[in-house]
Design a protein around this ligand. Structure first.
Ligand SMILES: Nc1ncnc2c1ncn2[C@@H]1O[C@H](COP(=O)(O)OP(=O)(O)O)[C@@H](O)[C@H]1O
Ligand SMILES: [Mg+2]
Length: 629
């Protein structure tokens, strides 16, 4: 072969790299376009549409230019889906194609309806470019992982990816493999969906769930009198619970302390993420280490990072609790610390919800939760300060719900919308196909059951008890039976959960709120609207709306409106709960808020541009259920 000719393998690799880059760039542009119009940073009503409906122009008067979208689709909830290219026409008629997200951001920056922070635009560009880099890495990895899985599924001679996982792994590890698989796409529309600007590409691949990572967790030690522990009532002491749930680690940890001349009576085992230990704690907590408050030595456990990156499941044949940890890494929209509020409120809300479920038979047949059994945080023995503890804390999450013996398969919702390694369709299609029928009627029937599975328990908890689940794609898991039918909802993540006290108090329940200056409250007494918008944004906008869009895209549903089905199911839940509501006026008002009025949603792009000076900015989306036919 001529040496100076590029080999066909090189050419192929180059073509693949080019394709991955342009896919990531398109992904970023599409997310930006959706958010710019949804949040009205650009005015959707100022778009001029072509007669055929899919081309649109937006004049940018300030710069005397026009944005031209060659293929822009209008979906319910005012969602604009960019499917083509975006061009700029200037004042002398020249036209050029937007080359990528940074180009688009610079072009629209002068026309935005808000004033970004002084470095807001540059930060956005940096985080979007970082997301693209990580998106490319993840999809390159995914090509290999998919090929490997296709081989294994064929070898096992089973019908489909899900069946293969169920057959080859214990239930909790099958569920976790799906959770990691589903981490590929990230949040459905965040423009900085994969941003981890503090991490090198090597670390991103070594630590992130979408790479099937295995990560070491160090069982370090924290002086008992420097800790605050919060636990559910069934938990005895922290050490007792730890020794029962992680017997081998406990033994090695206690032996290690003993060898270092320390008494285990004075210390608590404190798990620490290995990246966080090496890249943050050793430097920033050097004085706690040297003064004997925190001992960074100890045994290690191999874990699987779940979709959230920092909640870790021990990689053991026997299921062990999840370990949720702080990591001083900026991801998507914030530094992923684990603050005092989460430590205090996770176990308290888990207790409240468990108490309610023990008395609500119907609800408990539809809903399970990952209880947050206990948590611990660095706590100053004199001042009581827990602020530095946001970097030195832990919450343990019971994983019994994954260790099933009823044949139900837990699938994290984001995984349902992620491509199947076998045929590239979203995994949800494999579940629908299990019934042997993928007709329009079957898909509609599936969606109806799916919606009911999600909203019955979510709305019951909210309307009857004022407890809001953040039921988005990463916090919600659906339990499916062997025919692919959704059976139950499984919810996680209560540390930031919002609640409205008058409702659960009226029904005889209590929750000790967490109040501290500088920390936004999550238990509300006067106004339910922030509790409601938490439910609407997470469960309806980020979750059900996305499932509907996905099914609409993958099945020819000419005679069916999924939005009508969503509306009918929501109406049915409201009707069923009506007799149990505290007042009919409240029922009317809530029904209107979910079914008629605009839906509040978090302004993720605006908050990024404003550098998160306010974490609670919302905008309104047209309600897709209002008049859904
Ligand atoms: N589909 C998704 N929707 C929302 N967040 C997602 C999604 N996929 C991944 N994530 C990531 O999950 C993280 C949030 O997890 P977090 O709530 O802190 O942990 P946990 O749910 O385990 O308590 C964020 O980094 C976010 O980017
Ligand atoms: Mg979460």
């Amino acid at each position: 072969m001529d040496e100076w000719m590029p080999s066909s393998a090189d050419a192929e690799a180059q073509a693949r790299a080019g394709r991955l880059w342009s896919d990531a760039s398109r992904n970023a542009v599409n997310r930006l376009v959706r958010c710019l119009f949804a949040e009205r940073l650009l005015e959707p009503d100022a778009l001029l549409w072509a007669r055929d409906g899919n081309q649109a122009w937006l004049p940018l008067w300030q710069s005397r230019r026009v944005l031209h979208f060659t293929d822009l689709r209008r979906a319910p909830a005012g969602t604009l889906q960019n499917r083509g290219s975006v061009e700029i026409l200037d004042e002398i008629g020249a036209r050029y194609r937007i080359g990528g997200p940074s180009d688009l951001i610079r072009q629209v920056a002068p026309a935005l309806a808000i004033s970004p922070a002084s470095d807001g635009v540059e930060h956005l560009i940096r985080d979007v470019e970082d997301s693209m880099r990580n998106d490319i890495l993840a999809r390159r990895h995914r090509e290999h992982w998919s090929a490997e899985l296709r081989g294994k599924v064929a070898e096992a001679g089973v019908q489909g990816f899900l069946a293969y996982l169920e057959k080859s792994l214990p239930p909790h590890l099958a569920a976790m493999t799906l959770d990691q698989w589903g981490a590929l796409e990230g949040h459905p529309f965040y423009p900085t969906w994969k941003a981890k600007p503090d991490l090198s590409p090597e670390d991103v691949a070594a630590l992130s769930p979408e790479f099937g990572a295995r990560v070491r967790v160090r069982i370090a030690a924290l002086r008992k009198e420097w800790s605050y522990v919060e636990k559910m009532p069934h938990v005895g002491s922290y050490s007792e619970w730890f020794s029962q749930n992680f017997p081998e680690l406990w033994r090695d940890w206690a032996e290690g302390l003993h060898k270092r001349g320390k008494s285990r009576e004075d210390w608590l085992p404190l798990p620490v993420h290995s990246w966080h230990l090496d890249n943050f704690l050793r430097r920033e907590f050097a004085s706690e280490i040297s003064s004997g408050v925190f001992d960074p030595d100890g045994p290690e456990a191999m874990t699987l990072p779940s979709m959230s990156f920092r909640t870790m499941l021990p990689d053991t044949e026997e299921p062990r609790p999840f370990i949720k940890l702080p990591v001083a890494i900026w991801m998507t929209s914030e530094q992923r610390t684990l603050q005092a509020k989460s430590i205090h409120m996770g176990p308290r809300l888990s207790t409240l919800i468990s108490d309610i479920l023990s008395k609500e038979r119907d609800l408990s047949e539809r809903l399970e939760i990952f209880t947050e059994d206990l948590g611990a945080i660095l706590h100053h023995p004199v001042t009581g300060d827990e602020h530095p503890g946001r970097f030195l804390s832990v919450v343990y999450r019971n994983c019994d719900a994954l260790a099933r013996n009823d044949g139900l398969l837990p699938v994290t919702v984001a995984a349902l919308l992620t491509a199947n390694p076998i045929d590239g369709r979203p995994l949800i299609c494999e579940l629908i196909a299990r019934s042997g029928d993928e007709s329009e009627a079957a898909v509609s029937a599936f969606f109806r059951v799916y919606v009911g599975t999600v909203i019955r328990p979510t709305l019951a908890m909210y309307l009857l008890y004022g407890i809001a689940f953040e039921a988005h794609q990463q916090n919600s898991t659906i339990l499916f039976d062997e025919t692919g039918r959704p059976r139950k909802l499984l919810i996680r993540d209560f540390g930031d959960g919002r609640s409205f006290a008058p409702l659960f108090k009226e029904r005889g329940y209590h929750l000790k709120p967490f109040t501290r200056t500088g920390i936004l409250p999550t238990t509300f007494d006067d106004n339910i609207s922030l509790v409601r918008s938490f439910v609407i944004d997470a469960c309806f906008v980020c979750h059900l709306h996305e499932v509907a869009l996905c099914l609409d895209q993958h099945y020819p549903l000419s005679g069916t409106s999924l939005w009508r089905i969503l509306r009918e199911e929501a109406e049915a839940v409201f009707d069923a709960l009506r007799p149990r509501m505290l007042s009919d006026a409240f029922w009317q008002e809530e029904r209107k808020a979910f079914l008629e009025k605009p839906w509040p949603s978090r302004s993720v792009l605006r908050m990024h541009l404003e550098r998160y000076r306010d974490y609670r900015v919302e905008h309104e989306l047209p309600n897709p259920l209002a008049g859904a036919e």
